[in-house]
Design a protein around this ligand. Structure first.
Ligand SMILES: [Fe+2]
Ligand SMILES: [Fe+2]
Length: 283
């Protein structure tokens, strides 16, 4: 089981909302109206770990190790939402999300293949780590800058934990897992082609509710994410390139192959589909 060690390692580096956030350093003159509004949207988006956890537990009913790890992941994601809400409650109480606004992102996701969901969230954590690092640089108020730094590091650690479950899946399932990871890796690293912010909260997850079936569509401002990335924090090609590089680097290690580009990953994905595992090993 991976859960006991993951619990220990995440426990060892856990930050404390009372002690590790320098609340006393707040500088109201350094927080603009538009910056404050983005914090509200991030707080509600983080709350969507709740329906995501419900989905993970349902779709991984066969996997108690991973389900146990969800307790840590869910706790930390809800804490991200809470620390952002706490910031607003202290300094911009008019913008603190209401319980109804938080509850609006809780809806039932359609069942999905667990391996693909795992990879989707692995890539999502990598992406969010970069988004928050970028947001931390855009913000000018020191307390919120520190908060984004703290939560961005948690997102990187979440990616690391998911990666361990991906390694385990490859050891257990071989090419079935590789094919699922390569397929989703392609999708999540192809942001320049899709022109869309590729993150689990921005994907369609319920056929019955389409098109209002993304977490982002449930926000008070459903168009916020693209604006945040393009006009506010300015998550440009260079930042996007770093996300893609991280995804390819991790998949290179995971598959023991070197992927310099998304095209190379795509070629490998096609190989996996075409060649049965036995033949490829013999080749
Ligand atoms: Fe988070
Ligand atoms: Fe996370």
């Amino acid at each position: 089981m991976l859960y006991p060690e993951l619990y220990k390692s995440l426990e060892a580096v856990r930050w404390n909302m009372g002690q590790d956030v320098p609340w006393a350093d707040f500088d109201g003159s350094a927080l603009s109206e538009e910056q404050a509004r983005t914090i509200k949207m991030n707080a509600i988006t983080e709350w969507s770990a709740l329906p995501a956890t419900e989905m993970f537990l349902r779709d991984n009913i066969h996997d108690s190790d991973f389900s146990a790890f969800m307790s840590v992941w869910f706790f930390e994601e809800q804490k991200h939402s809470l620390v952002l809400i706490e910031y607003l409650r202290r300094f911009r109480p008019d913008l603190a999300p209401s319980e109804a606004e938080l509850h609006a992102v809780r809806f039932r996701f359609d069942p999905a293949p667990p391996l693909e969901t795992l990879m989707l969230h692995f890539c999502g954590e990598i992406r969010l780590n970069h988004w928050y690092r970028c947001a931390s640089l855009w913000h000018t108020e020191p307390v919120i800058r520190r908060i984004y730094e703290l939560i961005s590091r948690d997102e990187a650690r979440h990616a690391g934990a998911y990666l361990q479950y991906m390694k385990r899946a490859i050891a257990q399932l071989g090419d079935e897992a590789r094919a699922a990871f390569a397929k989703i890796g392609m999708l999540m690293a192809s942001s320049s082609r899709s022109g869309k912010a590729l993150h689990p909260t921005n994907l369609h997850v319920s056929k019955d509710l389409f098109p209002h079936d993304t977490v982002q569509s449930k926000l008070p401002d459903p168009d916020w994410l693209e604006r945040w990335l393009d006009d506010q924090i300015r998550f440009d090609r260079e930042w996007e390139g770093r996300v893609v590089t991280m995804i390819l680097k991790n998949l290179s290690i995971l598959f023991d192959r070197n992927f310099e580009s998304v095209q190379e990953l795509n070629r490998y994905r096609k190989e996996l589909i075409r060649t049965p595992a036995g033949d490829r090993q013999a080749a």
